[in-house]
Design a protein around this ligand. Structure first.
Ligand code: AGP
Length: 607
């Protein structure tokens, strides 16, 4: 969603801000802008559309100066437009603000400020912050921001500059990430490490209600009471190349190809002696043994990873497991007791719905375990224990490698629960672990042989809808495959348990209608084939993901995509890969922006 970047130092700010905004593009946005102090005034340039349009609008002489803030906006309050783009300025144009999040009480604040004579020029919630700071300003920007923030209700990451205090950026946050760092030229602020990691790998992850004052000489930090503090510095150790495409045409393809590495890294060190080790889990084996119900919460792809885990936990540990979309969980009255384990899954670790669900679960007395990809993210910090998925930074909006990291992590957890509950013996656990590790090599095989996937993508030419069908774990895998197709190719793709087709959806089948089937699972294979026949008879173009050596499937499928033989429990890991590649191939054929699909944001930080 929205992105913030800021710089103050000895360099020209414009190029640094634009570079930061370009690295934030992956989050999804609809307008962009920068504000730079030129030694006299704050100059603001904003554009609806991509950062490239902002760059085109910026003349050589525009926005010169060494202190500035920039923003990519994903519209919430007020349509995507130039006037609603950030930075927003106060009446005097002396205060400029960029903001991530939502100011919930902006209407009341706006009314009060209007009565005091302030004139608004946008429809956004953010603009009230600029006017509020202006209203409270008595010659000390930090103090004005502190007073203003005490009046704000909602979520915010804010960076503010003031023409009367050259070279200074004041920053604060609540429920919206902010990272801050410095190099030998000056100080940087961003809502995401990726925007500043080329300048510094040592960053401060600002906490809620803390304040920072960035100047060319460094950054000072204050707690909510205004007392100076020494914050913890986090070293970012991921490879800087993750923020570059590394020779691939898009980040999604690069990230799909990273998946064997993600499996290996996620499993490294997890089998010690003969036991599964998840030290990060804050519960003792005895406490885990008391767990009699598991709730898994997440959104989108993370929710799908949870659905797969439900199957594995119930199979191996025999613990009843519920999986809920986080935005639903928190508005129900879930049955949570002290022996319930809540597992929150979130790639970004900042999804607002998932965070709200975590807080709700903890208030109800549950232990919450987080599975996330982002070190120090709110999900990591607000959970009782956390597993990091080792996917490294994921840039493409469509989750691929983080999904594989989530499924592998949850599989480990299911194995461990199986051991703790005494349902899996050592030999079974070791065998399962070894087969899980083998999926890395199996994914490599799939990635080397993609011709059938390209062929299958051609069956989508001129089509606007598709079904994805399978049974049991294959059905869940289809949900993830269909989500990928929808997200990046804009083909309306619906996933159904194969047996459900005849109860309604089959009415939509007509000549050439694409039906993608995951038909690898042993106990339900024959039934899935029968369901495929039902669609085929009505004209469907069948694309089947099948096990190597299965020649029977060719009788019903128009195109077969073979994957290596794998235990049913691990099939979602391998079968998801051709589904990711299929979605991407269809999107590329349709000329879609694979990495930054329309209307979507990488991190959904609003509820
Ligand atoms: C996946 O391709 C999507 N971009 C989306 O569904 C995503 O999984 C969802 O928004 C949850 O995000 P999170 O894992 O960062 O919490």
């Amino acid at each position: 969603m929205c992105g913030i970047v800021g710089y103050t130092g000895s360099q020209q700010a414009k190029g640094i801000l634009i570079d930061g905004l370009q690295h934030l593009e992956y989050r999804g946005y609809d307008s962009a802008g920068i504000a730079v102090f030129d030694g006299k005034d704050i100059e603001v340039v904003r554009r609806q559309g991509k950062v490239a349009e902002l760059v085109a609008a910026l003349g050589e002489s525009d926005c010169t100066g060494t202190c500035g803030i920039g923003h990519t906006r994903w519209a919430t309050h007020g349509a995507p437009s130039e006037r609603n783009a950030h930075p927003h300025t106060s009446c005097s144009d002396n205060i400029a603000v960029v903001h991530n999040g939502i100011i919930e009480n902006f209407n009341e604040l706006r009314e009060d400020l209007t009565l005091k004579g302030h004139t608004f020029s946008s429809d956004t919630d953010t603009e009230v912050v600029a006017h509020l700071v202006e209203d409270l300003y008595r010659g000390d920007l930090l103090q004005a921001v502190q007073e203003a923030s005490s009046m704000l209700v909602g979520a915010y990451g804010i960076a503010v500059m003031c023409a009367e205090e050259p070279g200074k950026i004041v920053i604060t946050r609540k429920d919206s990430p902010i990272v801050i760092g410095s190099d030998e030229t000056g100080s940087y602020v961003a809502s995401d490490i990726v925007a500043i990691v080329r300048a510094t790998r040592d960053v401060v992850i600002l906490e809620d209600n803390q304040f920072a004052v960035a100047t060319p000489d460094g950054v000072t930090y204050f707690n909510r009471l205004g007392k100076p503090i020494e914050p913890e510095v986090t070293h970012v150790d991921w490879d800087i190349d993750v923020a570059e495409r590394g020779g691939y045409p898009d980040f999604m393809l690069k990230e799909i190809h990273e998946q064997p590495r993600v499996v290996r890294d996620t499993l490294a060190g997890r089998m010690s002696g003969q036991e599964i080790v998840i030290d990060e889990l804050s519960l003792t084996r005895q406490e885990l043994n008391f767990v009699d119900r598991v709730y898994i919460i997440g959104c989108g792809t993370s929710y799908h990873a949870g659905l797969i885990a439900k199957n594995l936990i119930e199979t191996w540990a025999r613990i009843p497991t519920e999986v809920e979309v986080a935005s639903e969980f928190r508005y129900r009255n879930p049955i949570i007791t002290p022996t319930t384990l809540v597992v929150a899954v979130s790639q970004s670790g900042e999804t607002a719905d998932t965070l709200a669900a975590i807080r709700d679960a903890r208030i109800r007395g549950a232990k919450v375990f987080g599975i996330t990809n982002v070190i120090g993210s709110p999900v990591a910090r607000e959970s009782d224990g956390v597993i990091y998925t080792k996917a490294n930074k994921e840039i493409a909006v469509a989750s691929t490698k983080s999904f594989i990291g989530q499924v592998v992590s949850l599989t480990l957890m299911a194995l461990m629960l199986g051991r703790v509950k005494g349902k899996l013996n050592l030999a079974q656990t070791r065998l399962l672990f070894a087969e899980l590790a083998d999926t890395a090599e199996q994914i490599e095989d799939i990635l080397q042989n993609t011709e059938a996937i390209e062929e299958a993508a051609r069956l989508f030419e001129g089509k606007s809808s598709a079904f994805y069908i399978g049974r049991d774990l294959a059905s869940i895998t289809c949900h993830e495959g269909a989500l990928k197709m929808k997200e990046i190719s804009y083909v309306h793709a619906e996933a159904y348990p194969a047996g459900e087709m005849k109860h309604g959806p089959i009415a939509l089948i007509e000549q050439g209608f694409p039906v993608v089937a995951v038909a690898t699972q042993s106990p339900t294979y024959d039934k899935t084939i029968s369901n495929l026949e039902e669609s085929k008879t009505r004209g469907a173009a069948i694309i089947a993901i099948a096990t190597e050596g299965d020649t029977d499937i060719q009788k019903v499928a128009d195109q077969v995509i073979y994957i290596p033989r794998v235990r049913d429990s691990f099939m979602p890991i391998t079968a998801s890969v051709p589904l990711q590649l299929l979605a991407r191939a269809v999107a590329v054929n349709r000329g879609c922006d694979v990495d930054q699909p329309r209307n979507l944001a990488k991190s959904v930080t609003v509820e």
